[in-house]
Write a protein that binds this ligand. Structure first.
Ligand code: NAD
Length: 256
């Protein structure tokens, strides 16, 4: 994930670093699973393993919440769920609007996981007149011409953009003008927003490219390890292996 140009400084007003804020949802997911199994307490090591985080980092993160656990007992699961939910602002209901109800927008609208995490899909908006009134996930799609009214009537403060990239900035501008102050952008476009508006960008292809980089490096390391055992094998250049492209030698992973 990356933030737009408006991203806030590393430390928020209440003194919790952004990196800690980014890990809170991971802890919350792990804690919710424990809560569903009626597990009363959890050690920092167990929770860190479940969240995929280093346990020293977890203890430091929880110290920002004023939560230190009890020696020999660990952390109270229900209380931590409450504390983290409160810190993330999830103890209140957030009405969300999705704009662009194509493949991705419809899939997100149909995803049941938002409601249980405090996000209610309040409105679905699309520019295609043929879609107006059509229910998706039980919610009728409304026309983009009415975006301002829909946003204000539903008290929407979070907008999810799933339009084609060419429409994303214009949709973003209209959302901001209508009072939306947080945007989750799935379109592959860098959005410009005024100060005070937060943008989070989701791009699965970037995540895949990072995985491809690691896959390539692992393959290089494996080949290097194999050749270390085989004196007859030619030397292998780990992580810098190049592939033949139409223009000659090209790096397998292009710099960002
Ligand atoms: N972030 C990711 O990992 C990821 C993954 C898949 C797709 N995407 C992106 O998500 C976006 C949507 O992809 P899709 O496959 O759902 O496309 P799609 O063509 O199926 O849907 C786009 C929808 O947006 C609507 N639309 C167009 N202009 C609009 C406007 N100005 N206002 C409101 N609605 C408008 C269209 O009518 C259509 O229903 C694309 O930008 C795509 O690149 C991102």
């Amino acid at each position: 994930m990356a933030t737009g140009r408006n991203h806030r400084p590393a430390t928020r007003s209440r003194g919790i670093p952004e990196a800690t804020v980014a890990r809170l949802p991971l802890y919350l997911r792990a804690l919710t699973a424990l809560s569903e199994r009626s597990v009363p307490t959890v050690s920092s090591e167990e929770l860190a393993a479940a969240a995929g985080v280093n346990s020293a980092k977890l203890r430091k993160d929880f110290s920002y919440l004023g939560s230190y656990g009890t020696r020999g007992v660990g952390y109270d699961v229900e209380y931590l769920v409450y504390q983290i939910s409160r810190e993330l602002g999830l103890t209140q209901d957030w009405p969300v609007a999705i704009i662009g109800i194509g493949n991705l927008g419809a899939a997100l609208a149909n995803y049941g996981g938002f409601a249980s995490r405090g996000f209610r899909v309040a409105a679905l908006i699309d520019a295609d007149p043929a879609m107006a009134g059509t229910p998706v996930a039980g919610i009728p799609v409304q026309h983009a011409d009415d975006l301002d009214r829909i946003i204000s009537e539903n008290g929407v403060s979070i907008g999810v953009i799933t339009t084609p990239p060419g429409a994303a900035q214009q949709v973003c501008d209209r959302l901001v003008a209508a009072g939306v102050t947080s945007i989750l952008n799935f379109a592959p476009t860098v959005l410009s927003v005024p100060d005070g508006v937060d943008v989070r960008k989701v791009d699965l292809s970037i995540e895949l490219q990072i995985l491809a980089f690691h896959e390539q490096r692992k393959a290089g390391e494996d080949a290097a390890a194999d050749s270390a055992f085989d004196p007859a094998a030619p030397p292998v250049r780990a992580a810098t292996t190049s592939r033949k492209g139409p223009d000659g030698d090209m790096p397998a992973v292009m710099p960002a």
